[in-house]
Ligand binder design. Structure first.
Ligand code: LLP
Length: 385
């Protein structure tokens, strides 16, 4: 397996912090996705929310993936990247009118709709444009994803989707919504899921839901199971490409596609996480009374996942091969949560050393902020550095 390679000498001449994307890792990842899905009625939509770097998006488009968008901005980014509108899905619990209009004007493949009031608005806006909007109903299947609370989405207590007990009500209003064509159902149970039983349970639940529709003579042409496949944050060098074989096999084995049916996926993290690293320089090594701190020029404004979700990212000192020592690796921001890792073993670290924070291609650059009036991080790729 190909792991990320770093052009260290080039890194020394570029102002830090910045994101670095290894496009060979990305290409290998996409190749594996295509190998695992070819020959099945499977369609993968890349979840743009994970990363919209133009070069990354371009390679994803070249690989033939569609787009899963959650805002007008993302729909526009997908269109600008040349992803065919026939492969664009648009989800989100609070779609604004202008966003719905933009999606209608671009004739996207499908809206994933989350409530009756939203269906009514899509219908009204489609009517005004004399168009018919294709819609999949996002159903909250009440399946536990066994992941971090903040990224669990498929339980009754979450704000997402139509609850199981409301399905009948939704079906009953559909005939009145004349400019809506209901083409299927949609789910998303959470993110960074590594236990495939969650997906097995989802398959079982989807069959039950299909039965509800079948009892009303409704055939669901499109089943969208969302995204969520996790990656290995501990060992990015050993697992640069996620477990797509196991993931897709779960659906091949446990979901019976009917003739004419297509299964859709919305993968974000698993597509782009391992190809990206946040590259930073060590500003100071400070000896505290009980521990040593490696103070970086990157902070949670550049990568918020550790501060926001207590997420682990592997950290490597690219410019030292001295014996390892223990550090708290922290950023420069005036908040105690600005910590990338505690008690982290790094090769002995000195001012000016170059640090890679790994597996940061998903939900890294895109979640950056300008807090403390810091500049947004720039990005380079292995093709253009
Ligand atoms: N589809 C829907 C409807 C979603 O809400 C999401 C992610 C995805 C697909 C893609 O999920 P993925 O394959 O990337 O797991 N910022 C958090 C992750 C939030 C995920 C939100 N929804 C993080 O940094 O871990």
């Amino acid at each position: 397996m190909l792991k990320a390679q770093y052009p260290l000498e080039k890194f020394r001449n570029i102002p830090t912090p910045f994101y670095y994307y290894d496009l060979d890792v990305l290409r290998n990842t996409l190749k594996e996705i295509n190998e695992q899905t070819t020959g099945y009625n499977f369609e993968v939509h890349y979840a743009l929310k994970a990363n919209v770097n133009p070069e990354v998006l371009n390679i994803i488009r070249e690989a033939g993936l569609g787009a899963d968008c959650v805002s007008g901005g993302e729909v526009q980014a997908a269109v600008n990247a040349g992803i065919p509108s026939s492969k664009i899905v648009f989800a989100g619990v609070g779609k604004a009118d202008w966003e719905i209009n933009l999606a209608l004007e671009n004739d996207i493949f499908c809206f994933n709709a989350e409530s009756i009031p939203e269906l009514e608005v899509i219908n009204e806006l489609a009517t005004a444009k004399n168009k018919t909007a294709s819609v999949a109903l996002r159903i909250n299947p009440n399946v536990d994803a066994h992941t971090h609370n903040y990224i669990t989405t498929g339980l009754n207590e979450n704000k997402f989707g139509i609850n199981m007990e409301d399905i009948d009500k939704v079906i009953s209003v559909l005939p009145d919504l004349r400019n809506i064509r209901m083409i299927g159902i949609h789910f998303h149970i959470g993110s960074q899921i590594t236990d495939m039983t969650a997906y097995h349970n989802l398959c079982v639940r989807i069959s039950e839901i299909e039965d509800i529709f079948a009892s009303k003579n409704i055939f669901l042409q499109h089943i969208n199971v969302g995204g969520g496949l996790g990656i290995n944050y501990e060992h990015p060098n050993h697992f640069p490409v996620p477990e797509f074989e196991t993931y897709f096999r779960t659906f091949k084995e446990h979901f019976k596609l009917q003739p004419g049916q297509t299964l859709h996926f919305e993968l974000g993290r698993s597509v782009v996480a391992q190809c990206g690293s946040l590259i930073s320089k060590v500003l100071y090594v400070k000896e505290g009374s009980t521990k040593n701190f490696a103070i970086l020029d990157a902070g949670f404004t550049d990568l918020i996942r550790p501060a926001l979700y207590q997420a682990y990212h592997r950290i490597e000192n690219l410019s030292s091969d001295l014996p390892v020592e223990k550090y708290d690796v922290v950023g420069p921001i005036c908040e105690s949560s600005d910590v990338f890792d505690k008690d982290c073993y790094l090769n002995k670290t000195r001012r000016g050393d170059i640090i890679a924070i790994r597996s940061a291609g998903a939900y890294g650059e895109i979640m950056a902020s300008q807090y403390n009036l810091r500049a947004l991080p720039k990005a380079y790729t292995s093709d253009n550095i």
